[in-house]
Design a protein around this ligand. Structure first.
Ligand code: PLP
Length: 422
């Protein structure tokens, strides 16, 4: 470990004392004090300010302003997009909007991209990518008679560049990749992959769901064409908050997305007869946004923007190295194996540990120990490290409780599971 931290609890406390982001967690609603939350990569916690902002919009914007408030609200998808572009995504004004879900944005941009590459029939996807990404592309491929190729990727180390570069032929229209793998946390090289794809004339659509807010992203400098991602993970926008989408300015007008809604229409309120999309990023909007959920992104970005992403990343690396050092020391003897890249330059902000009983272990942690991380099929315990909220002592305590669960074999003979969500 870089820090040479001691692995006793006072070593964790020292790391917390030296952590420049240690006060950030005070801006979030805290669960009960004995709960340790290591799942901010799945659902970020609420900023304290969010409740007041949403309440005020209900009272004043909705209650008093009523339909007149749309005059103000209608620009929010774009204004929030510009803020996210500047602080988090390394993109220019007018290249990002907030709208719809990540799944829907993936469909819109993927469909637009293949239509912009007529004659090419191949779409590449990481065979281990997040399920919705694979399913949406399967549906698109079936509808447009495309050849969808799922690339073999290592479920611990992610997609190898050789595998990808070999598959990049002149028939490839589009490559869809997650910058950080949802399962292993493997981090890809955006600039190198974008370059390689451009050389054969293919577009790359980046899913930044597990990267936005924790990995310094430079969509502009890396030459990225297309990206999407969730705002409810490390960006703390709230459950189901609308997602973002990015289209590089230079190609916006070449792309036409398949859902022709009125929010993409020129002179929207002229209620014209035929669809004529606007020339800018708004052409990727569809319909009325879920305003209360959109509103919750303002206070979320207020918190996120207080810290440069490079500083978030520095803490993320320390947290994940600390997690891995403790897992090596305490958990190997119970049959755990690191299922994330060991090299922190190749890893995002979560650490996966493989164990044949991971599902029961994850349940025992939640139900008996108030440690919330999650299970990902087939056998992964996923430990999410959200640097704005997670302390080194959280990590130490959580892994200490985990080793107790293992030592006492408390994950055995749990009552039958009653939940749908893992
Ligand atoms: C979280 C996540 C999604 C979520 O998609 P929704 O449409 O919000 O359900 C999509 N892709 C990846 C890679 C994710 O991590």
């Amino acid at each position: 470990m870089r820090t040479e931290a001691r692995l006793d609890r006072s070593g964790a406390a020292e790391l917390d004392a030296a952590d420049p982001l240690r006060r950030c967690r005070d801006q979030f609603v805290r669960p009960r004090p004995d709960t340790i939350y290591l799942d901010g990569n799945s659902l970020g916690p609420p900023p304290i300010a969010t409740e007041g902002v949403v309440a005020q919009i209900i009272r004043e914007g909705w209650g008093e302003g009523l339909v007149r408030s749309w005059e103000n609200w209608i620009g929010w998808s774009r204004q929030l997009g510009d803020r996210l572009a500047a602080h988090t995504l390394g993109a220019a004004p007018g290249e990002v909007v907030i709208a719809d879900s990540t799944s829907v944005n993936l469909f819109k941009l993927a469909a637009a991209a293949v239509a912009a590459r007529p004659g090419r029939r191949t779409v590449l996807v990481d065979g281990d990518d997040f399920p919705t990404n694979r399913y949406i592309l399967q549906g698109l491929a079936a509808e447009r008679q495309l050849d969808l190729r799922a690339l073999q990727s290592d479920s611990d180390l992610g997609l190898g560049s050789d595998e990808l570069f070999r598959a990049l032929t002149e028939d490839v229209a589009l490559v869809v990749l997650s910058l950080v793998s949802y399962r292993s946390g493997a981090l890809l090289d955006m600039a190198a992959i974008t370059d390689a794809a451009r050389k054969v004339g293919a577009l790359v659509l980046w899913d930044l769901s597990h990267a936005a807010g924790v990995i310094p992203i430079q969509l502009g400098a890396d030459g990225a064409d297309l990206a999407i991602g969730a705002t409810y993970k490390y960006l703390n926008g709230g459950p189901g908050s609308p997602a973002f989408l990015y289209v590089r300015k230079g190609i916006q007008q070449q792309l036409r997305q398949p859902i022709w809604g009125w929010f993409g229409q020129q002179d929207q309120f002229a209620m014209g007869e035929v669809f004529n999309p606007v020339a800018d990023i708004d052409r990727f909007l569809v319909g009325t946004p879920p305003l209360l959920s959109l509103a919750a992104i303002w206070p979320a970005l207020d918190v996120v923007e207080q810290v440069p992403v490079v500083d978030v990343r520095s803490k993320s690396v320390l947290l994940s190295e600390f997690t891995i050092a403790l897992a090596d020391e305490w958990l190997t003897e119970y049959g755990f194996r690191l299922a994330s890249p060991r090299d922190s330059t190749r890893r995002g902000s979560h650490v996966s540990l493989a164990h044949p009983e991971a599902l029961s272990i994850s349940r025992a942690l939640r139900e008996q120990e108030n440690v919330i991380c999650d299970f990902r099929a087939p056998d992964r315990l996923r430990i999410g490290l959200a640097p704005l909220c997670t302390s080194f002592t959280d990590v130490w305590d959580a892994l200490d409780r985990l080793r107790t669960v293992m030592a006492d074999r408390r994950y055995e003979n749990l009552p039958a599971a009653t939940t749908r969500v893992t």
